[in-house]
Design a protein around this ligand. Structure first.
Ligand code: NDP
Length: 481
């Protein structure tokens, strides 16, 4: 059975413990590879490699760093089919989605930051009358840790690694143990692209073991983390006494506010996608749908009709809209919320059941599920489910819609459907979310700040924000005569 090895100092290696974890193909519910179960010894080895590589990498010209990163981007593109197949098998997502989104986006993350670093600048201030000149040095931090989740495995890992190395840092990274395969394959690509040894080190294993060793490491200067809010809280508690820099991209419970004056057909099509893309396992999915009363009944009918036409099936089948959920434990968690919804008096308008896929009887398939709720404070409307489950509820006024949208502990993204410019301007200011999409969803320009408010996180990724995070700003003040 294939082994997923650590990638340390430019070489694949076994974990120190020689212990291995099972890696599942969620579409079949079968173990298909074995992952290195790394511990603090492996993290230390990765740290030492990263530390040794730092002086040279941080002094490598911007042009050379950029050139290597562009080669990584091209090699990811050249290997699009193989990487997409690996992602679909490891995660359960439709191959078509991995081909259209995950892998192209991983490539563009490297390409984007390869270009961004050539334009990254710092400010200078002449203190007029004081005979002095100030300028800001933006220096890399040293060895940094990047920890990513299972929903968009290579996409989110590269979103962290690319700005980190572009800015001259060296990295110890840990992908989710649930979906390690494409991170494993990335090692080979980086070596082929000529990334110097030790600049990127990838350690596999569980959060409490390998992940914990990274966040608790006294000399790893910063942690860029994407994952659940509870884990983020634990990371903040662990890292704060060491004054590590932290970027935390956490959970979401994103509202869709649908007003009667919107472009109805476009809204309907995009809302189906924003609800169930990647089986609803995208932190930006709109999981709470609030609809203006005058179109509510029509919306329910049309939405359910479209959702019921979605095909749940083998990720490798081209017709498939929803593949498998990522793991058995996750499937059970999502199902438990459907039960909670029923106990709370919610009405299942569609779905709620597992799906048996021919030839894949043990896979983790669930119907896309639409639940009508009658109280926006109920648990299914407040807690992150992170699966193919959305709630719908009507609203009477703009004020009520806004209040329900904000009345949640999360604040990652929100989507607004309206053609009223004044309402757009008013609500965009008032919505408590790091991103407000108006008449669109998942429309991303990599230059924009990305991140959440409230329990959805601390800090921003994307564009120069990410390069600022991965650098230390130093003020140099020179007085002259
Ligand atoms: P988790 O928080 O469970 O895990 C995220 C990563 O952290 C994994 O690599 C995990 O390892 C690791 N980890 C777990 N415990 C520790 C620890 N003690 N120390 C260090 N690392 C640890 O999240 P999921 O993987 O379940 O991902 C789903 C979550 O991610 C959802 O809440 C979702 O909203 C959020 N997310 C947020 C995004 C954003 O941009 N805001 C984007 C995408 C997802 P392992 O898996 O091996 O245990």
């Amino acid at each position: 059975m294939q082994k997923i090895l650590n990638y340390i100092n430019g070489t694949y290696c076994d974990p120190h413990s020689d212990e291995w974890l099972d890696n599942y193909d969620p579409s079949k519910g079968e173990v298909y590879s074995r992952i290195a179960n790394s511990n603090s010894e492996d993290v230390e080895k990765a740290y030492e490699a990263a530390k040794a590589a730092f002086p040279s990498w941080s002094n490598t010209t911007i042009e050379e760093r950029s050139r290597i990163m562009l080669r990584i981007a091209s090699l990811i593109e050249d290997n699009l089919d193989g990487l997409a197949e690996a992602e679909a098998k490891d995660n359960g997502k439709p191959l078509s989605l991995a081909k259209a989104m995950d892998i192209p986006r991983a490539s563009s993350n490297f390409r984007f930051f390869a270009h961004a670093i050539t334009q990254f600048n710092s400010e200078a201030y002449e203190s007029v009358g004081l005979n002095s000149m100030n300028y800001t040095l933006r220096q890399p931090l040293g060895v940094v840790g990047c920890i990513s989740p299972w929903n968009l495995p290579l996409y989110l890992l590269s979103w962290k690694i690319a700005p980190a190395i572009a800015a001259g840092n060296t990295v110890v990274a840990k992908p989710s143990e649930v979906t390690p395969m494409t991170a494993f394959l990335l090692g080979e690509i980086c070596s082929e692209a000529g990334l110097p040894k030790g600049v990127l080190n990838i350690v596999h294993g569980t959060g409490p073991s390998a992940g914990q060793a990274i966040i608790a490491h006294p000399h790893i200067k910063a942690i860029s983390f994407t994952g659940g809010t509870k884990t983020g809280e634990h990371i903040a508690r662990t890292a704060a006494p060491m004054f590590k820099k932290l970027s935390l991209e956490l959970g979401g419970k994103n509202p869709n506010l649908i007003f009667a004056d919107c472009d109805y057909d476009k809204m309907l099509e995009v809302t189906v996608r924003s609800s169930f893309a990647n089986q609803g396992q995208i932190c930006l999915c709109g999981s709470r749908i609030f609809v203006e009363r005058s179109i509510y009944e029509q919306f329910k009918t049309d939405f359910v009709a479209k959702v019921s036409a979605l095909k749940v099936g083998d990720p490798f089948d081209e017709e498939t809209n929803l593949g498998a959920l990522v793991s058995k434990a996750h499937l059970e968690k999502v199902e438990s919320y459907i039960k909670i919804a029923e106990d709370e008096g919610g009405k299942i308008l569609f779905g709620g059941n597992r799906v048996k896929v021919d030839g894949h009887e043990n896979g983790y398939y669930l119907q896309p599920t639409v639940i009508e709720v009658f109280d926006d404070q109920c648990r299914v409307n407040q807690e992150e489910i992170f699966g193919p489950v959305v709630t719908v509820m009507p609203f009477e006024t703009e004020e009520q819609a806004l209040q329900m949208a904000n009345n949640v502990k999360y604040g990652l993204s929100s989507t607004l459907w309206t053609n009223d410019l004044n309402r757009t301007m008013r609500l965009s200011k008032e919505l408590e979310a790091g991103i407000v999409w108006v008449n669109t969803w998942l429309n991303r320009d990599l230059r924009t700040p990305f991140g959440g408010m409230k329990d959805s996180g601390v800090g921003r990724e994307g564009g120069f924000e990410a390069l600022r995070f991965f650098t230390e700003a130093k003020n140099v003040c020179i007085e002259y005569e």
